[in-house]
Design a protein around this ligand. Structure first.
Ligand SMILES: [Zn+2]
Length: 62
């Protein structure tokens, strides 16, 4: 699987923040489609991943 070291963290209540540096500014946290994570085959639904604009860490939530 093309997992490329994506961190997986528990989805937290409230504000999303970077698991590495703690950035909470949502303008700094970029959401994108994670094509390596297929949630549903039909209709095709992919998971989401997030990238911190401050420290470049990428992660996904369970
Ligand atoms: Zn960060």
């Amino acid at each position: 699987m093309g997992e490329n070291n994506l961190l997986t963290i528990e989805k937290s209540e409230g504000r999303r923040k970077c698991p590495s540096c703690g950035e909470e500014n949502k303008l700094m946290i970029h959401e994108s489609t994670d094509k390596s994570n297929i949630i549903l085959d039909y209709p095709r639904v992919y998971g989401k991943k997030y990238r911190c604009g401050k420290c470049a860490t990428e992660w996904r939530e369970k």
